[in-house]
Design a protein around this ligand. Structure first.
Ligand code: GBH
Length: 486
């Protein structure tokens, strides 16, 4: 059985989580069912021109009604965990200004019970981009410090109703993406953008992304504090945050470009994790932004010494970073004059980083997985890590069941993950994005990430090659464990 593993002498620990990931807005549909009100994404998708195919998540893949069928698929795959998110607008349609919607609570109770009945561990995110529109409308959501009271209240309700069964909580999904696209580029709600970065039609402050991020970090810390003081001792779960990660390589060997890589990482990952783990923003940010960087109060930081039990890493892609403090900033897909770097697709010598996929933000670079996990392990002192998302998206080319490119992608990224574990990264789980094709945000239904193909008219789910590959992969790992134990 040893030969089964492509990397010699390695087996995943028995309790390693293998799962698939989803999110409420991308999967559930049922957008006004059982007392749910509009979320920011319901409103955003109704504005013409925001979504590439003009679509929305009103029905999505109807997971709200079809979850038992979807859990059947997961059971068949043999996964032992399922990463999902809750819809805040289903649980607290008016935020803290109204009552708990018991129909929403009942729905998630039934779903969580069904998940557990099948021997699957729920891994729950509180906010995967979608929030009640009420909070946007009333006070401007993340730009207003009072969002912290709303988030704290919401988290408290979730711990209270579900915490006896949910043992893994993430406060936010990819707040870095949420802030950069929502307040800097303006391509996600609430469509604010800053002059230095985007073609602004609304919003003109370079400070807004910093303020939104600050309020998210404070909200995270408040939720962690509630969990630690009121629930954790009895419920014995773990709480963390999920970040999007990009592995950056310097565009040349010059010292300037190597320092640009550090700035790129500071302005992407460390922006959120440093305050949560160390209680302050990264040095590179402080140096560049100076006094415009908001400050934390002593009260904010009371839980920051233990502001995380784990870090969730969403790892898809890698990029070159190029200095532009000392030379001109050609417009790139990320970074700016203000931050002193830009992203670049090609090395100075002309070589691209990894392999392009046909989806513009996404190239295949498995080494990025290994390096990202090692970087996080070193910087954040061996904290437990979960790869909360990794997966392969393809442009919609009709019924594409023979997804050999996805299989190759998963196999190579999982090999890179194993290499990181052998070098000492404390990785405890892997969730692939995603079980099903689903609503891919501003790309609508044009990019497909599923191990199962979904016919969006009939809602029929059909397994792709990758579904049987993943099933086999998980099966082999179990067999290896049984062999090692015998
Ligand atoms: C994750 O984001 C999300 O958590 C998940 O919901 C999503 O379905 C999945 O990945 C697949 O995309 O305008 O060029 O910036 C991954 C990071 C950042 C990738 C935003 C797509 C938008 C394209 N995402 N990006 S761009």
């Amino acid at each position: 059985l040893r030969e089964i593993n492509s990397e010699e002498n390695f087996s995943f620990p028995r309790n390693f989580l293998f799962g698939t990931a989803s999110s409420s807005y991308q999967y559930e549909g049922a957008y006004l069912t059982d007392g749910k009100t509009l979320s920011n994404w319901d409103v955003f998708t109704s504005i013409p021109g925001k979504i590439s195919d003009g679509s929305h998540g009103k029905v999505a893949v109807d997971h709200y009604h079809r979850y038992p069928e979807d859990l059947d698929l997961m059971e068949d795959l043999g996964v032992n965990s399922y990463r999902l998110s809750l819809s805040w607008a289903r649980i607290l349609p008016m935020g803290r200004f109204g009552d708990v919607n018991m129909a929403g609570i009942d729905h998630y109770n039934s779903m969580i019970n069904d998940i557990l009945r099948r021997g699957i561990e729920p891994f729950v995110t509180l906010t995967h981009y979608d929030i009640p529109q009420e909070l946007e409308f009333r006070y401007g959501s993340w730009l207003n410090p009072q969002i912290r009271e709303d988030f704290e209240h919401y988290a408290d309700i979730c711990f209270q109703y579900f915490g006896n069964r949910v043992k893994f909580w993430s406060t936010f999904n990819e707040p870095n993406v949420q802030v950069i696209l929502g307040y800097r580029k303006g391509t996600y709600p609430p469509s604010q953008c800053s002059k230095a970065f985007g073609n602004c039609t609304r919003g003109d402050s370079d400070i807004e992304p910093l303020v939104a991020a600050h309020n998210i970090i404070r909200s995270h810390l408040a939720a962690v504090n509630i969990y630690r003081t009121k629930y954790q001792e009895e419920q014995r779960g773990k709480i963390g945050i999920v970040m999007n990660t990009i592995w950056f390589e310097p565009v040349s060997d010059s010292l300037e470009d190597r320092l640009a890589v550090e700035r790129a990482q500071a302005f992407y990952l460390n922006w959120f994790l440093d305050p949560i783990v160390f209680g302050r923003y990264p040095r590179e940010m402080r140096k560049i932004i100076g006094e415009d960087l908001p400050e934390f109060t002593r009260d904010d930081l009371k839980s920051s010494k233990s502001g995380l039990d784990f870090i969730g890493i969403n790892q898809y892609t890698s990029r070159y970073a190029k200095d532009c403090l000392h030379s001109a900033c050609e417009p790139g897909k990320g970074g700016s004059r203000a931050e002193g770097f830009v992203y670049s697709n090609a090395h100075k010598d002309g070589l691209p980083l990894g392999e392009p996929t046909g989806v513009d933000w996404f190239n295949i670079y498995p080494q990025g997985m290994e390096k990202m996990l090692m970087y996080t392990t070193e910087r954040y002192k061996n904290i437990p890590l979960y790869v909360t998302e990794n997966g392969f998206g393809e442009n919609n080319t009709g019924v594409l069941l023979n997804d050999y490119r996805r299989v190759k992608f998963m196999s190579n990224y999982l090999d890179a993950l194993k290499r990181a574990m052998r070098k000492g990264a404390d990785v405890r789980g892997y969730f692939t994005w995603s079980l099903l094709d689903n609503f891919e945000w501003i790309s609508g239904y044009t990019i497909r990430f599923g191990l199962y193909h979904v016919d969006f008219d009939t809602q029929e789910r059909t397994p792709r090659l990758s579904a049987s590959w993943y099933k086999n992969f998980i099966f082999q790992h179990r067999a290896q464990n049984d062999y090692d134990d015998a």
